[in-house]
Design a protein around this ligand. Structure first.
Ligand SMILES: [Zn+2]
Ligand SMILES: [Zn+2]
Length: 207
């Protein structure tokens, strides 16, 4: 027999079970706090003064930047950093927090900060001329936009393919093939050869 007390308890259990995943939300930190900790606030402030006229625009850009928060994105594999304008979040790859990678970490965060500031000041997304100037002004050493992909190559790229017409190898983080489905990747240099440069799957290295 089910009593009212039992029902009440099972409902309570249900509520507890439903709440558990919600508690595991992603932690974020105010960007200003992070910049201070990594000793980057002064150069960002200086850079803004170098780039913008002091007619309220500097303050607006600074306030806008302060509305952003930092997320350590544990799903990132090859991506170093990412700016999400609507959510006002800057995502960073957790690998960049390892000791000895401070320089890379700073370069990445400055790259993303420049995106936020370029949007605040010029309404520009992406790697525009203004973004490049801002990046330079806030003291980043490189304006290399490909740094996103350089730093994890080899270790994380574990899907291996080979061209059917030569021995060219393709390393991928994510597979290009799905069971029972044809993929459309080919090796451009071999596109006129008998197999049209199609890749075939060779190996999945253990991570
Ligand atoms: Zn970028
Ligand atoms: Zn080939």
């Amino acid at each position: 027999m089910i009593t009212g007390k039992m029902l009440k308890r099972s409902r309570l259990m249900l509520r507890v079970r439903q709440q558990t995943p919600r508690k595991r939300r992603v932690e974020t930190r105010p960007i200003a706090e992070v910049l201070k900790e990594w000793k980057l606030s002064a150069q960002v402030r200086r850079g803004l003064r170098k780039m913008l006229k002091d007619d309220g625009r500097i303050e607006r850009a600074e306030n806008y930047l302060e509305s952003y928060r930092l997320v350590i994105n544990r799903r990132f594999k090859t991506c170093a950093g990412l700016t999400r304008y609507h959510a006002r979040l800057i995502d960073l790859n957790p690998a960049l927090l390892e000791p000895g990678r401070e320089q890379e970490r700073n370069e990445t965060i400055l790259h993303e900060i420049a995106h936020v500031l370029a949007y605040a000041a010029f309404r520009h997304h992406g790697h525009s001329e203004e973004w490049r100037d801002l990046l330079d002004a806030i003291g980043a050493k490189t304006t290399d936009r490909c740094h996103q992909y350089r730093f994890l190559r080899g270790r994380e790229r574990r899907y291996l393919y080979e061209c059917k017409d030569c021995d060219y190898k393709l390393h991928r983080t994510r597979p290009i093939h799905k069971p029972g489905k044809l993929h459309h990747w080919y090796h451009p240099a071999c596109k006129d050869k008998p197999n049209k440069g199609r890749f075939w799957f060779i190996d999945k290295k253990r991570a």
